[in-house]
Design a protein. Structure first.
Length: 271
């Protein structure tokens, strides 16, 4: 039995926390059914202000750097670069907080939690789009199920050596799997097809989204569609049980080339 823990650290989002708790409780069994993954014993979501988001994300990256560099001999330049990563992570969170609806982190022993800035949901128009908010929360559950499946080894991603998100097969796979699950599970939870209203996104969101678009070289949307299509084809071909082996047997994680060509991954799997 999964326990849902919503921690309102803003002190101003009690109603949102209550609504999220109710939806996550209802959605949890559907996510487990669709993905055939088990959720953690406790699904934790923290509602934060922007400064606390930056502090928490920076601390997470610091832990990941320490984990990834333990026992590794680094040059002086590499040590300097590694030490700068948590600071850069905090700065990035403060710069694009309105774009990231949720941020997955893990503690030192790999237990996941999801950081959400309620103000960001408002800027994205999600507070006036119930179906869109539900989709987001299904993705939150799916990402935490991924962490549980891989015991925090694959997801959330490592910090060293630093790899751009669009060059990380694990990051792309995780996002595609979560989006695939949201398309499958959300209508089951709502008992209706998804019906998105036209979101009114704020100027703050649009400005930060433009910065994120440039930083990602305009690739994020295309890569998400590609990785979601990979998961969809893989699930249709081999089913969740065989697909989920990759969370444990890490050699099965698709390469960037295989994400573009799912047939090649399926051939490797059956070899």
């Amino acid at each position: 039995m999964t326990t849902i823990s919503i921690q309102d650290e803003t002190g101003r989002s009690a109603k949102l926390a209550e609504d999220m708790h109710a939806f996550l409780t209802s959605a949890a069994p559907y996510v487990e059914k669709v993905t055939e993954l088990s959720l953690p014993h406790t699904v934790t979501v923290k509602l934060l202000n922007v400064s606390d988001l930056a502090m928490n994300f920076s601390a997470f990256v610091r832990r990941q750097v320490e984990r990834d560099t333990t026992g590794v001999e680094l040059t002086k330049q590499e040590r300097k670069k590694a030490a700068a990563l948590p600071v850069a992570a905090g700065r990035s969170a403060r710069t694009t907080w309105a774009v990231d609806a949720s941020v997955l982190v893990a503690n030192s022993v790999g237990w996941p939690s999801t950081l959400i800035v309620p103000e960001a949901l408002a800027h994205q128009g999600l507070l006036s789009d119930p179906d869109g908010l539900c989709e987001l929360l299904v993705r939150v559950l799916t990402e935490q199920a991924q962490v549980e499946a891989c015991r925090g080894v694959l997801v959330p991603g490592g910090a060293w050596p630093p790899v751009r998100e669009d060059q990380s097969p694990v990051s792309l796979l995780s996002a595609g799997h979560a989006y695939w699950a949201s398309q499958k599970a959300t209508p089951l939870v709502l008992r209706n097809p998804l019906s998105h209203g036209r979101r009114r996104r704020s100027w703050t969101y649009q400005r930060q989204a433009a910065l994120a678009f440039l930083a990602a070289r305009g690739q994020h949307g295309r890569l998400l569609r590609r990785s979601t299509a990979f998961v969809d084809q893989a699930m249709a071909s081999i089913g969740p049980e065989r697909f989920n082996r990759l969370w444990v047997t890490h050699e099965l994680v698709p390469t960037l080339d295989e994400l573009r060509h799912p047939d090649r991954w399926l051939q490797r799997l059956s070899a």
